[in-house]
Ligand binder design. Structure first.
Ligand SMILES: NC(=O)c1ccc[n+]([C@@H]2O[C@H](COP(=O)([O-])OP(=O)(O)OC[C@H]3O[C@@H](n4cnc5c(N)ncnc54)[C@H](O)[C@@H]3O)[C@@H](O)[C@H]2O)c1
Ligand SMILES: *[C@@H]1O[C@H](CO)[C@@H](O)[C@H](O)[C@H]1NC(C)=O
Length: 444
């Protein structure tokens, strides 16, 4: 990927891609082409058709399209698919929950699904394996989960058919919704990808949850980015969140208010988790800590952003294991939804929690820790922060999560980065089979 030319996918094309598979589309054009024998068509018509096919083919060739349907192990709704879904949803001894986990092939999703499965809970994953960052990493995470007995359905949140099929196959007690178009800077290049997944997909999933009897409890990932341009620190859940600095943040804020309506009207039990810069093994290649590590190892300069008055950026970096505990505990403490068939029978739970580390670290210090673990100096290039939506600092007040979830982050940045670097060096080592999977990738 890494092509900076990628723009929004027009809705018609999205529809096309969401068709069960691209096969249909292709065979259709083939049919048209076959019938268009010269005898029955004017030269002009043939020329038009040719041009149309050329442009269409060109479009598909140029665009790095999401991979819906390309790696399907099992066709949705086949008997084998249903069997795999049911098996993955089965609880083992000690297991209490049956969870639909969206974004399962993602960074946070893969970790949480393994933790739940390990406790004996039933887990079914859903992910569309899109190419926002190198998809090989998503495949590798899913392969690891498969070994642990977790089946990841390959499908899009917006595909009502797949979603409905999942819910008619399994009775989910909980939905942990982590699938999203993430990343702040990419929103400048492809805003509609955010609307598609974070707004359209979000509502599709809530609709399904609201219509299901019994309704599952719904826990989902919001983001610290909803605090936007707030300057009061630390960020507390009751602070205003109505001046986002990026379109990504705006879609996460939209999720919080959309979720509120489903809670209010239909009695869905809702928990929003505002994650603060999550990092760790199997992390996201589009995030700064990841590309810093890559560039330091490869001897390339790293860009460190600076504010208008030369202030340093600071982030409340949160280690993945702490986030996993916060997610699992949110599921455990979620009370059941109260609605049925379009009506609520009583007030349902509505919660919002910060999940951070409460120790903001300036990026410079962060790079120094990386240098220490990598035993190599970084080439630092200090540049002014681009105006694409990053905020100067984040700092979580986690009192609420401490009280309600027993959330208590244990891992400082020094220790967490050590784990990350160790994973990175092993995973991408020469001869690992993964060493080329980041080739040519440039985060936005
Ligand atoms: N990692 C962080 O620092 C951080 C911070 C704040 C919030 N979050 C939120 O946490 C959640 C998980 O983040 P992550 O870091 O694991 O990101 P990730 O990109 O690794 O995981 C998200 C997964 O969702 C999938 N997905 C995206 N759109 C989809 C769609 N329409 N249908 C089906 N699957 C789709 C992607 O393929 C990906 O595997 C996201 O909602 C993200 O916005 C993350
Ligand atoms: C942190 O949050 C708690 C609970 O919401 C609140 O009572 C407290 O005042 C906040 N602390 C600060 C320093 O903002």
């Amino acid at each position: 990927m890494g092509s900076k030319s990628s723009v929004a996918i027009p809705p018609q094309l999205v529809k096309l891609l969401e068709a069960d598979d691209n096969q249909k589309v292709r065979s259709h054009s083939y049919y048209v082409f076959n019938r268009s024998t010269m005898r029955h068509m004017s030269l002009l018509k043939t020329l038009c058709l040719f041009l149309f096919l050329l442009i269409t083919a060109g479009y598909f060739a140029i665009k790095p399209l999401p991979s819906f349907g390309s790696h399907h192990d099992l066709q949705c709704s086949s008997a084998a698919w249903e069997k795999a879904v049911r098996k993955s949803a089965q609880r083992k001894e000690g297991g209490r929950l049956v969870v639909l986990l969206t974004g399962a092939a993602g960074f946070v999703g893969s970790h949480v699904s393994l933790a739940l499965k390990d406790r004996g809970d039933g887990v079914v994953g859903l992910d569309n394996f899109n190419h926002y960052y190198p998809v090989a990493l998503k495949r590798a995470r899913a392969a690891k989960m498969k070994k642990a007995g977790i089946f990841t359905v390959e499908g899009d949140l917006n595909d009502q058919k797949v979603i409905a099929r999942l819910f008619s196959t399994v009775t989910f007690t909980h939905v942990l919704h982590l699938a999203a178009q993430a990343g702040v800077r990419y929103a400048v290049h492809n805003p509609l990808a955010y609307v598609h997944s974070n707004v359209g997909g979000f509502v599709t999933l809530l609709e399904q949850c609201k219509n299901t009897v019994p309704q599952p409890a719904f826990v989902y990932a919001s983001s610290s980015s909803v605090y936007g341009l707030n300057s009061k620190v630390p960020f507390s859940e009751d602070d205003r969140t109505d001046h986002p600095a990026s379109l990504y943040a705006a879609t996460k804020k939209a999720d919080e208010v959309l979720a509120h309506t489903y809670n209010h009207i239909y009695g869905l039990s809702i928990t929003a988790l505002r994650f603060f810069t999550v990092y760790g093994p199997w992390g996201r290649p589009d995030m700064a800590y990841f590309s810093f590590t890559k560039n330091i190892i490869e001897g390339r300069p790293i860009k460190i952003f600076q504010g208008p008055n030369h202030e340093e950026l600071a982030r409340d970096f949160t280690f993945i294991d702490d986030i996993v505990k916060g997610c699992v505990s949110s599921l455990d403490t979620a009370t059941p939804s109260t609605g049925s068939r379009g009506k609520k029978r009583g007030k349902a739970q509505f919660r919002i929690f910060n999940l951070g580390n409460t120790q903001p670290v300036p990026v410079g210090r962060f790079v120094s820790i990386l240098e220490k673990h990598l035993k190599k100096k970084a080439i630092r290039e200090i540049v002014p922060m681009p105006s694409t939506g990053d905020v100067m600092f984040t700092h979580a007040n986690i009192t609420k999560a401490q009280r309600a979830l027993g959330y208590n982050p244990q891992t400082d940045l020094e220790t967490g980065l050590k784990h990350f670097v160790k994973w990175y060096q092993t995973y991408y080592a020469k001869g690992s089979g993964h060493e080329d999977t980041l080739k040519g990738y440039m985060p936005f």
